[in-house]
Ligand binder design. Structure first.
Ligand code: BGP
Length: 468
């Protein structure tokens, strides 16, 4: 008889999911919330959003949080990452605190804790208050200081109960989206400004960490990075190897190194010097970054990254620097693709990240803070009982968990696995095109229906793993 293979995880492993405030709350202009860059961008360019659905039409967590938190419990969550919307808590970005927001977030965290679900709370998830974007957003030192104050206010208000804080979700995305590749507001394409934005986010994160540690609230603070293991087209070709290395340095190590080790990669500094695009900084900034590293890391993993030596000359807009002068993106012809999102699915990537953390980042405690699969037109998979049979999602999760399990067996210090996300939610420019949830959302009625994967996820969590 064939022996079953077992994939069980360490005791106390976090099973749950991640969401973000801006993508789930809705109530975008109610109860004192002011516009974020998303509300504003949608108001001026709705055609940039799938089906012209904007951030006011979300899964309505602001009104449905009680039933949603019960659902989390039913889905086997022992932990859940959500966030605070800066533009709800402090409508002008700095200054007065909105009491209605305080009440709302208090209630959310209390409900989670009452049901035994550990809240992990993100402070910044792409959602700059418009008032602060108008004074320069992450390019501005004033905004760095405003973020530090906002973080302190959150720790003071909720830090007695929230024991896991995340300063930023994927800080490289505002750099790429907002300042390099035009998929976030303010749609700038300028490598020099992008470098400043990245530096200021890292500094803001370190300053928030410094403040949190000083307050001695007994919890932990970290950051969530989207780590994309970067592979060369041909592993034996020096040009391809160097291209992959450069891409890795610009988009992974540029954040991993300062956040985990407190220093920037030497090679990154060399690239920036070569192009005369070092950010404005002071010695004191570097000291703050060096002395205030994270307690834990969140790793979002969807897709690997691939690169080849440049084959075409990059035309630089007005001569402005772009990191792409050092590499060209490469699509592996044999890649397994998620055709809806256009992202490669490469399960072993999760293992390679774990090995990298063990070998190069002192095996810092980390968890998989997002992994998931967005699929279009899921109503195709409705069964007679009106349940979406999303076997592909179950397979996707299992395929990644097998590799994660192997890495843990080999010593990775991984604390948990969170899916993106528990209920179909609004996604940045894609709105509701691709559905990621364990629970489906009827956009017209706001009705929630658990998918097959949701039931399976509950078993997964109850059993702390699976056998097959
Ligand atoms: C991550 C973000 C999430 C989420 C997810 C899915 O990068 O942290 O906010 O949106 O990706 O991506 P998308 O919604 O673009 O399909």
């Amino acid at each position: 008889m064939n022996q079953k293979k077992e994939y069980y995880f360490p005791e106390g492993f976090w099973w749950g999911s991640a969401s973000s405030a801006a993508q789930s709350e809705g109530a975008a202009d109610r109860d004192g919330k002011s516009p974020s860059i998303w509300d504003y961008w949608y108001s001026i360019e709705p055609q940039r959003f799938h089906d012209q659905i904007g951030p006011q039409d979300t899964s309505g967590f602001y009104d449905h949080y009680k039933e949603d938190i019960k659902l989390l419990k039913e889905l086997g969550h022992n932990s859940f990452r959500t966030g605070i919307q800066w533009s709800r808590l402090i409508p002008d970005g700095q200054g007065e605190v909105n009491q209605k927001a305080v009440d709302f977030y208090n209630d959310v965290f209390n409900e989670l804790i009452a049901l035994g679900i550990e809240p992990i709370v993100t402070l910044y998830h792409f959602d700059m208050p418009l008032a602060l974007q108008q004074i320069g957003g992450w390019e501005s030192r004033e905004v760095v200081d405003a973020f530090t104050d906002y973080a302190k206010i959150c720790f003071e208000l909720f830090g007695d109960r929230v024991k896991f804080w995340v300063t930023f979700n994927e800080p490289v995305v505002p750099v790429e989206g907002g300042y390099l590749y035009d998929f976030h507001y303010p749609n700038v394409i300028d490598g020099r400004r992008a470098v400043q934005v990245g530096f200021n986010e890292i500094l803001a994160s370190a300053k928030a960490i410094e403040a949190y540690h000083k307050m001695e609230l007994g919890g932990k603070i970290g950051i969530v990075l989207n780590v994309r293991p970067t592979y060369p087209r041909d592993p034996d070709n020096q040009g391809d190897i160097e291209a992959a290395l450069a891409k890795d340095i610009f988009f992974n190590r540029s954040f991993l190194d300062p956040c985990v080790k407190g220093i920037f990669p030497k090679k990154l500094i060399k690239f920036l010097l070569e192009n005369e695009v070092l950010p404005e900084y002071s010695k004191q900034d570097l000291k703050i970054i060096r002395d205030n590293t994270i307690d834990f890391l969140g790793v979002n993993y969807y897709s690997p990254s691939r690169a080849k030596e440049r084959e075409t000359k990059l035309e630089l807009k007005e001569g402005l620097f772009m990191p792409d002068i050092y590499f060209e993106d490469y699509v592996w012809p044999e890649a397994k693709m998620n055709p809806y999102r256009g992202w490669e699915i490469y399960e072993k990537g999760i293992y390679d990240i774990c090995k990298d953390i063990i070998e190069n980042y002192d095996n810092i405690p980390f968890y998989i803070s997002e992994n998931g699969m967005g699929v279009e037109s899921e109503e195709r998979f409705l069964n007679e009982d009106g349940i979406i049979e999303d076997n592909y999602r179950i397979d996707f999760i299992k395929d990644h968990l097998r590799w994660l399990h192997k890495a843990i067996q080999e010593g990775a210090n991984c604390m948990g696995y969170h899916l993106w996300t528990f209920i179909d939610n609004w996604s940045w420019c894609n709105a509701y095109k691709n559905r990621y949830g364990l629970v489906s959302l009827d956009l017209d009625t706001q009705k929630r229906t658990v998918k097959k994967s949701g039931r399976w996820f509950k078993e997964l969590s109850d059993n702390n793993g699976f056998a097959e």
